[in-house]
Design a binder for this molecule. Structure first.
Ligand code: ATP
Ligand code: MG
Length: 380
């Protein structure tokens, strides 16, 4: 008998012929998450198991943050002996009161007792040992899981995990990361679908300071904890913003700025081997996020631009930010480069034809090249 962490995975089940590949990546990702705690990780018969770590709850906390993991349960692994299993279950439920249900699953069909019988027998034994418990098969307060596989695995309750797809199975994308609330959440949403994400941040010193950069470093670090660290590209943006401010109509400042961000981001994304860009835009949130504005920003790049927050309200986005741990950093005060030269009356319905006209006053290619060439890289 020994303690293990039982790890369930969700959608990976659906992957048909690619299932072994997805499971291999998922198992490797669990191994990487557990490595600092020692222990042993293995895949067997539709579950991943972790054993040998000193602290099972700390292990659970790490593994529940691995994308592709659906839920985890600290469990007891023991021999497949009905009498011993029932005894152990009674023992595990001894300190509880209220209602419970036994969820029995017999995956090993050679085990002589079927799932129904197993649940019944164990239920009896638990009730005998603890008069403060009663059975409720519809909405029990406590779930007693009994799985008969290569061994028997017993656990009480399940800890919800982050879900999604294993990191590394969804391609690569580049996240435009400001210090705000939205963009870290946008990055998280794609990471959750298995995408390996790098971050690109535009800064305009001396208008933006160390504080803004420090926030972005912190946010990258938090996001990186869900994967395998994060690569952050820091782009000097002052010259572009100054040129736009001096040579283009004031009302178009924001949208022109956004177009330059996209151009530079696409070039950096290619270096990272990314196939798409990600932004934290949400329809109608500000002038640069109307449908017309988004069409103008998309027009300068060939890569698909993913905007996972497009249909979400600010409150919903904030809720996710709190859950994933980025909110407390995002709300620290700072100066974003976008706020430096904010037009007094930003155009909300820019026309694509006006863009080329406004940009004809600039050497677009040279400005983009200069920004790309002077970009710094940090691995966090
Ligand atoms: P956020 O909370 O992400 O800052 P926002 O509502 O402030 O979003 P904008 O400032 O219009 O929106 O920016 C829209 C998107 O453009 C951001 O979600 C982000 O993807 C990108 N972006 C804005 N500023 C920067 C920056 N300084 N560096 C990198 N990307 C940026
Ligand atoms: Mg912002």
């Amino acid at each position: 008998m020994r303690d293990v962490l039982l790890v369930r995975f969700g959608e990976v089940h659906l992957k048909g012929q690619n299932r072994p590949y997805f499971l291999k990546v998922l198992t490797d990702n669990v191994k990487r998450a557990v490595r600092p705690l020692g222990g042993h990780v293995w895949l067997s018969d539709s579950r991943i198991y972790v054993s040998g770590t000193a602290d099972i709850l700390a292990t659970a906390e790490r593994v529940r943050r691995v994308f592709g993991v659906h839920s985890v349960s600290p469990a007891v692994e023991m021999e497949k002996d009905l009498d011993a299993i029932a005894d152990r279950c009674a023992e595990m439920m001894r300190g509880l009161s209220g209602t419970f249900k036994v969820f029995a699953r017999r995956s090993d069909k050679r085990f002589p007792v079927d799932s129904m019988e197993l649940a019944k027998e164990i239920g009896h034994r638990v009730l005998e040992a603890n008069s403060r418990l009663s059975v409720d098969v519809h909405s029990p307060e406590h779930r007693l899981n009994v799985e008969i596989r290569d061994n028997a695995y017993l656990s009480v309750g399940e800890i919800e995990a982050v879900g999604g797809m294993p990191m590394g199975t969804g391609g690569r994308a580049a996240l435009l990361l400001s210090g705000g609330i939205d963009s870290p959440v946008a990055g998280y949403q794609l990471m959750r679908r298995g995408v390996t994400v790098c971050a690109i941040h535009f800064q305009s010193p001396p208008y933006t300071g160390e504080l803004a950069l420090d926030k972005v470093l912190q946010l990258s670090r938090i996001l990186g904890e869900y994967g395998n660290g994060m690569r952050l590209y820091i782009v000097p943006f002052t010259n572009i913003q100054t040129a736009i401010h001096e040579k283009c109509p004031d009302g178009l400042g924001t949208i022109l700025t956004r177009r330059f961000m996209m151009r530079v981001a696409e070039r950096i994304a290619q270096k990272f081997g990314a196939q798409a860009l990600i932004t934290g835009e949400s329809l109608g949130q500000v002038a640069s996020q109307t449908m017309e504005s988004l069409a103008c920003t998309d027009a300068v790049v060939n890569m698909p631009v993913f905007r996972p927050l497009i249909g979400l309200d600010k409150l919903e986005i904030t809720g996710i930010a709190e859950k994933i741990g980025t909110y407390r950093v995002s709300i620290l005060p700072y100066e974003d480069c976008c706020t430096v030269f904010t037009p007094r009356h930003p155009v909300t319905k820019p026309r694509l034809e006006t863009m080329a006209d406004a940009e004809s006053a600039l050497d677009v290619e040279a400005l983009v090249n200069e920004a790309v060439e002077n970009t710094a890289t940090e691995i966090v």
